[in-house]
Design a protein around this ligand. Structure first.
Ligand code: APR
Ligand code: PHB
Length: 392
């Protein structure tokens, strides 16, 4: 069997895996990235588009932020709409900070485009990746490529292989050691090459359900509406979608919606999943391999970024300074932030969606909470500081 050696074997070439590979490579630590799919497939996934400071910081430290700086849209605020009421939260004024709207797929593209010039190995279309000896200090992975089985020996394995990958499944008790919440609805999302209705991202709670106005650029809009889990994308013509979106966003925002042909339309269920531990022996989990957040608040990629910041610091300390504190604390530190972000996504989901089994009391609580937010700087500051991302 062909066999190679590296310091860190990274499974998955999504944003988590590529960010980690770039940072380790910059620090002089060798790594190999194994990805099951082709580069084109990885780039075809449509993801959310709001970047927190921790993501921006990684791209800046890697000197990969030139396109992000040129094309990203810095946002000073966020909007909560409830019927005809529109609450503008001045995120920059309240926190001194901003988020940047830039497709997460574009982040993956920037990381991919720069990878060849930077000297770490990426292997795409690697089949049947398997992990071995993770309890020891000499783990290894095997994979199949071109009809051959190959082996990579390493000191650590980083499981950056998303929710369905093999890394989490290699952890002890992987089928019981997690906490999950499934929401009783999904989001129907549409991407269209039309100018966005709002400059800021707007979350709306309407009698018919939640709606979201977002964007990828000044000429490309991203909209979502809450739908039942039984809904089928084929039943949503563009016209039906635009009618429902405008109704839910309220008259003020609806007046600024430009309709156009959808270039992508899909339904995604909402759920929260948090695995109990992000390390076992020589295996670390990061990003979607360890946790899923509902899209409300757009925390998915930003949590991957905070995981990778903690993990890369820990690995650099280990390889460069022979210190193990970072690797020993990684799981607790990362999970602490994951839970706080999951709390915010849960809060915003609960506040802005219609729950058919929620009853009159829950709806009254939503209205009372929105009344409170509308009149309280403290409440708006709480939302703003969570929206821009809690400190690392
Ligand atoms: N072998 C190798 N690679 C695998 C395997 C496997 N068996 N299974 C999955 N992968 C790859 C997937 O093909 C994917 O490219 O792992 C990668 C995981 O990438 P993501 O699912 O994007 O997860 P992650 O990198 O953690 O991204 C975190 O970024 O784009 C956002 O919202 C997204 O929340 C997500 C966040
Ligand atoms: C998006 O632009 O896709 C988006 C924005 C905000 C969210 C979720 C998704 O909360």
């Amino acid at each position: 069997m062909q066999s190679t050696k590296t310091d860190v074997a990274i499974i998955g070439a999504g944003p988590s895996g590529l960010m980690l590979a770039h940072i380790l490579n910059q620090a002089g630590i060798s790594c190999t990235v194994l990805e099951r799919k082709s580069p084109d497939y990885v780039l075809s996934r449509i993801r959310a588009g709001v970047l927190e400071q921790c993501t921006l910081q990684i791209m800046e430290n890697l000197s990969l932020d030139s396109r992000l700086k040129a094309e990203g849209l810095p946002h000073d605020g966020v909007i909560l709409a409830d019927g005809e009421r529109v609450i503008d939260i001045d995120v920059k004024g309240l926190t001194g900070s901003q988020v940047v709207v830039y497709g997460q797929t574009e982040i993956t593209k920037d990381l991919m485009d720069a990878a060849d010039g930077r000297g770490f190995t990426r292997i795409y279309e690697a089949d049947n990746v398997q992990l071995f000896n993770i309890e020891t200090e000499a783990p290894f992975v095997t994979y199949e490529k071109g009809g051959e089985t190959r082996r990579i020996d390493c000191r650590f394995i980083a499981g950056c292989d998303g929710f369905h990958g093999p890394a989490r499944k290699a952890m002890p008790n992987s089928d019981t050691n997690y906490v999950e919440k499934v929401y009783p609805f999904g989001w129907l999302g549409v991407l269209a090459d039309v100018p966005p209705a709002t400059h800021e991202v707007a979350y709306a709670n309407h009698h018919n359900g939640f709606a979201l106005s977002s964007m990828r650029s000044l000429t490309r809009s991203r909209y979502y509406i809450q739908v039942g889990l039984e809904e089928k994308v084929e039943d949503w013509s563009d016209e039906r979608f635009w009618d429902e979106l405008e109704l839910r966003l309220g008259a003020d925002i609806a007046a600024k919606v430009t309709r156009g042909q959808s270039i992508e339309k899909s339904i995604a269920p909402l759920r929260s999943f948090i695995f109990g531990s992000m390390r076992h022996g020589s295996l670390f989990l990061a990003g979607d391999a360890a946790h899923i957040v509902p899209p409300t608040g757009a925390k998915g990629l930003n949590l991957a970024s905070s995981d990778i910041t903690y993990l890369s610091e820990a690995l650099i300390d280990y390889f460069k300074h022979r210190k193990s504190d970072g690797i020993n604390n990684y799981s607790d530190k990362a999970l602490n932030r994951v839970w706080k972000s999951s709390r915010f996504s849960w809060y915003l989901t609960t506040l802005m969606h219609r729950f058919h089994d929620g009853g009159e009391f829950n709806r009254k609580m939503q209205v009372a909470e929105l009344n409170y937010i509308a009149g309280s700087k403290a409440a708006q500051t709480t939302i703003a500081e969570n929206y821009i991302g809690l400190p690392l």
